[in-house]
Design a protein. Structure first.
Length: 131
């Protein structure tokens, strides 16, 4: 039986209506693919607290969570991921890639130009086609 991993991901939009995208480093699982920044939810942690902690650790900034945007479960070869994408805004700091290879801001209509991690694709499609 494959392990189920519950993760949170930040949908961060800036004042120019651009979305923050993070490139997974070659050392990470699912390397060199784009994702929304975030990480695993720890035991007894709610999803909003988990996202705030992960963004502080990964990007050196503080976010205010707004709402659950998308919930997707995706099966990879060795594990199953339940990814909860949460809209949020940066309240303090400028994102710095501590774990990722690169961070970029992209307009919604350009999101599909990147090679996304499979679990993130449904949220990307929702972002592109909802407006």
């Amino acid at each position: 039986m494959k392990k189920l991993v519950k993760v949170v991901a930040a949908i961060v939009e800036n004042d120019q209506n651009e979305i923050l995208c993070a490139l997974r480093s070659p050392k990470m699982s699912i390397p060199n693919m784009w994702e929304f920044p975030g990480g695993k939810v720890e035991k007894d942690e709610d999803i909003y607290s988990a996202l705030k902690r992960e963004i502080q650790e990964e990007l050196n900034c503080t976010v205010e969570t707004i709402d659950l945007f998308h919930d997707n479960t995706h099966e990879y070869d060795t594990f199953i991921i339940n990814i909860l994408c949460i809209t949020c805004k940066i309240t303090d700091g400028i994102p710095v890639p501590n774990e990722h290879s690169k961070l970029i801001w992209l307009k919604r209509e350009n999101l599909e130009s990147l090679k996304w991690a499979p679990a993130d694709i449904p949220a990307v499609e929702k972002l592109v086609y909802e407006k």
